[in-house]
Write a protein that binds this ligand. Structure first.
Ligand code: NI
Length: 285
């Protein structure tokens, strides 16, 4: 009996192992050398990354076990859970700057109802004022990024001044959520070698964008939606602002429109799992 069981197991393992062995193991990233990065946070991030990598490998090795992705059906009342597939090939990061504010909770409700994820690039004073919103963002799987303390053009400042702007944002996020952010969004996209150096030294990455909806300018929901959806391709980072009611009004249209194109709105941490410190990201790839 034992012999039969053993050979049955051998057959099972033999069937499974070659498929698993063919799956490419991604390189293990080095821990960034940073004077101020929080070691425990880094460990937590690495554990999340490892978990995601195991998920990818498992699904490649055993594709029959992965749920089949259905064509997007935005008209349906209940949105299907869709995190962009295991390898996130069709993912787009939708990002909201300058909050949190009076409109942010309404946006979080919309994202939750659609089962979509986003990133919030917060200003330090607003983050300090609305810690409950940051806690909700974290709890619901969104990425929180640092949009600095006073929204100055970082490329006009000294190393020390850039450092202070970033430190204040990092501290506000850490205080509200207990977790450090990986992302800084330089206001106006204004960056230079000094900003590269400061972000590198602090172990954070620069989240820029390849799709600018210019939602702050005309405050028109239809324009926000069409520029986001028409501009986005797989791997895009879309810039919006959650302080404008017209942008929040457009959220359903943006999510449905992206899904109709076969794209899935996700958080930055989902789109870019292991960003390099100091690097400028305009999109994935
Ligand atoms: Ni801004």
């Amino acid at each position: 009996m034992r012999r039969i069981l053993t050979s049955a197991l051998t057959v099972l393992v033999a069937a499974a192992v070659p498929a698993a062995a063919n799956a490419q193991l991604p390189p293990i990233p080095q821990l960034p050398v940073s004077s101020s990065s929080n070691f425990q946070d880094e460990i937590n991030h690495r554990i999340d990354d490892a978990r995601a990598q195991v998920e990818d490998i498992t699904s490649k090795a055993f594709p029959q076990k992965a749920p089949k992705q259905k064509a997007p059906t935005p008209a349906k009342k209940t949105e299907p859970r869709n995190s962009g597939g295991v390898d996130c090939a069709n993912c787009v990061a939708i990002t909201y700057d300058d909050g949190p504010g009076a409109e942010t909770n309404r946006l979080l409700d919309k994202l939750k109802a659609k089962n979509a994820h986003a990133s919030f690039m917060v200003l330090a004073p607003s983050a300090e004022q609305h810690t409950e919103l940051l806690k909700r963002m974290k709890a619901e799987g969104h990425t929180i990024g640092n949009h600095t303390k006073s929204h100055r053009q970082l490329n006009t400042l000294s190393y020390e001044q850039v450092s202070q702007e970033i430190d204040a944002g990092n501290a506000a996020i850490k205080k509200a959520t207990g977790q450090s952010t990986r992302w800084v969004r330089p206001p106006y996209g204004a960056t230079n070698a000094t900003v590269d150096q400061v972000t590198h030294d602090k172990g954070v990455s620069q989240a820029l964008w390849d799709v600018d909806t210019v939602d702050w300018k005309d405050r028109n929901s239809e324009h926000v939606c069409s520029s986001a959806v028409q501009g986005a391709r797989a791997g895009s980072i879309v810039l919006m602002h959650d302080i404008h009611p017209t942008t929040v009004d457009a959220a359903d249209c943006v999510i449905d429109g992206l899904r109709a194109k076969g794209l899935e709105p996700v958080s930055l941490d989902r789109l870019l799992r292991t960003p390099a410190a100091g690097k400028r990201y305009y999109a994935r790839g």
